[in-house]
Design a protein around this ligand. Sequence first.
Ligand code: UDX
Length: 449
Amino acid sequence: MGLPPTVDGTVRRITVLGTGYLGTVHAAWLAETGFDVLGMDADSAKVGALSRGVLPFYEPGLEPLLRSGLKSGRLSFTTSYAEAAAFGDLHFICVGTPQRAGSYRADLSQLHSCLRALGTLLDRPCLVVGKSTVPVGTAELLAERLSVISPAGAACELAWNPEFLREGHAVHDTMRPDRIVAGVTSARAEAVLRQVYAKQIAAGAPFLVTDLATAEMVKVAANAFLATKISFINAMAEVCEATNADVTMLSEALGLDPRIGAAALQPGLGFGGGCLPKDIRAFMARAEELGVEQALSFLREVDAINMRRRARMVDLARELAGGSLRGQTIGVLGVAFKPDSDDIRDSPALDVAATMHRLGAAVTVYDPVALVNARKAHAELNYAGSALEAVTSADVTLLLTEWQEFRDADPEELGGVVAKRNIVDGRNALDPDPWRDAGWTYRALGRPY
Ligand code: UDX
């Protein structure tokens, strides 16, 4: 193969295609590391904002990194595939792979159109590296296609390098990854990726070299495991509710066993976001295509447990409202799918708020950063400028996303504005005692009352 392309054998110019959460963090970090980076996105509004140093989404710590890259001249953005193809020796593909409408399968249209548009312009040796989450087997197909469509032919090689960053912690996770997985088909591709990640490797990050299919599998298996762990503790919460046991104590005790571990064991309203829900569904769909659907049939239950938590939340609110939500005033704290994010994709919180509205309640929501996105998706809800405003005159208050601001809320202050001191803690984020001491009826998922 013809890699790497520069005279002294080092890669300097890198493009990042797709500037969502993943691509923007990756591009900014590569620039910070010293590479010349061109971020490419078809969305001109996004490219315009990024070029001005303005993030089109919320991610703590990312804006300073973006601005530093722009200021150094090492980071720029474009909407042009031709510019990207001409610029880069190495191209990272970070486009979205959402759930296909009406199906469990992944929608790979952005990935295919990106590869087609870029690939047909690649006229010199280069490495194209996929970071998007894809059904296993996709990379092999794309590698074949790339060698056919690119003018440079087989000198354009494909590798797969999944990304494990969590929204809200994206900068930290990018700078200090738990592991780097390089799915490659040549020693040269491995050498290029080792060069790109030299800093993290030097800092101790394990670098695992695999084939393409294993690299794809690592990502979907990791997300399937995390989803399973979250649904496991939420299934225990269902049992705790039937026995008056406390799932938060159970979680703490289980998490202290090093074979189990405390991460992804927080019981509550369950998982949402742009990754876990669609990834487990796409994994099931792919297993079916491969004839091994039985192996992943448990993921159906993982999904079902997760969705039942949302229904249970609505039930608890209905109980506190005296049996019906019709005509009740509901104050909602949090609509993002998790704290420190403005992402509302498949947000359990927003789903619950919208369901309450459909059941006849007047629902007012507040979130520190996700209101703009929420309003676009659910114009029927009322939006407040503060937590206090959201719960003013509320018959029932719901804590649905565990922002620190809500964890720190003062039961007396909120109690002073609500109509009734009823709260359902959907994230097991509060200490019930001060709330009960202040006269609140406190209910939570999986906890006794
Ligand atoms: C996830 C994976 O963690 C990450 O490695 C992958 O790259 C993308 O998908 P993310 O979607 O950003 O990251 O969020 P994560 O922190 O994993 O939380 C996912 C959802 O699970 C959130 O809705 C969160 O509230 C919920 N969750 C998480 C729980 O309900 N309990 C937990 O213990 C952990």
